[in-house]
Write a protein of this length. Structure first.
Length: 252
């Protein structure tokens, strides 16, 4: 079960930690993976690591998800190489923490450009191909912050993820006649190296206490959800936000 043999998967945000682990998991399940990100050097390093670990070819393509012409070029390159796109994973995103009274709206606009416009832009461009072939899977990266408030200056980030949730549901409804399944994964805190460096021990205790399983998500937890949603076993699931959150959203 959950095999992705010969499926073509495009992971945008592939130079990031979650994107890399998601791409690796899909390669291990048999997918042909294209990594895309704005940081070409980091992207090529990720592609090389995955190729070394699996022996499978991984393509790296630079893209600016806020530029529609550039995004369209990415689609053209993928289709030219593989003739199809089966899976789109929108794993890109940025977060700038700002107190509500100190919000810098230039940073606010940048967050919406990447997290919201960037998701809709890639969905639009890859969606055209999927509509034409009458099949496809789209997996957007959301967050528990799309439905649940928190402290720490996350108003802008939460607003972008709430928008991603509704884009996911709307596209699922609009594209269901074309056999395109659109879902999202909504992690809580993911224990990455960057997160470890950015948070204090006291804050870790507070966050752990709010989690039913008393641990944080790993990147592999999130990747497993992505693999499932991309697989044939999830054929009857669309328009859903799958919360990988250790039960955080279950307790209100």
């Amino acid at each position: 079960m959950f095999r992705l043999d010969n499926k073509v998967a495009v992971v945008i945000g592939g130079a990031g930690g979650l994107g890399e682990v998601c791409a690796l998991a899909m390669v291990k399940q048999g997918a042909k993976v294209v990594l895309a990100d704005s940081n070409l050097k980091a992207l090529q390093e990720v592609a090389q690591r995955i190729q070394t670990a699996t022996g499978s070819e991984v393509t790296a393509i630079q893209v600016d998800v806020t530029n529609e012409a550039n995004t369209a070029q990415l689609v053209e390159q993928v289709v030219k190489k593989y003739n199809t796109v089966d899976i789109l994973v929108n794993a890109h995103g940025i977060n700038v923490k700002m107190a509500a009274t100190d919000i810098d709206f230039n940073k606010w606009d940048s967050m919406f450009a990447v997290n919201v416009k960037g998701v809709m832009m890639t969905c639009k461009q890859f969606g055209k191909v999927m509509i034409g072939q009458k099949k496809g899977r789209i997996i957007n990266f959301s967050s528990v912050r799309g439905i649940r408030g928190t402290d720490g200056g996350n108003a802008a980030y939460g607003a972008t993820k709430g928008a991603v949730d509704m884009i996911t549901r709307m596209l699922a409804a609009e594209w269901a006649p074309y056999n395109i399944k659109v879902n999202a994964v909504g992690p809580s805190v993911v224990m990455t190296e960057g997160f470890k460096k950015a948070v204090t021990p006291e804050r870790l205790q507070v966050l752990t206490a709010k989690n039913l399983l008393k641990r944080f998500a790993s990147a592999e937890d999130v990747a497993a959800a992505c693999v499932y949603l991309a697989s044939d076993e999830a054929d009857y699931i669309t328009g859903q936000i799958m919360y990988v959150d250790g039960g955080l959203t279950a307790i209100g």
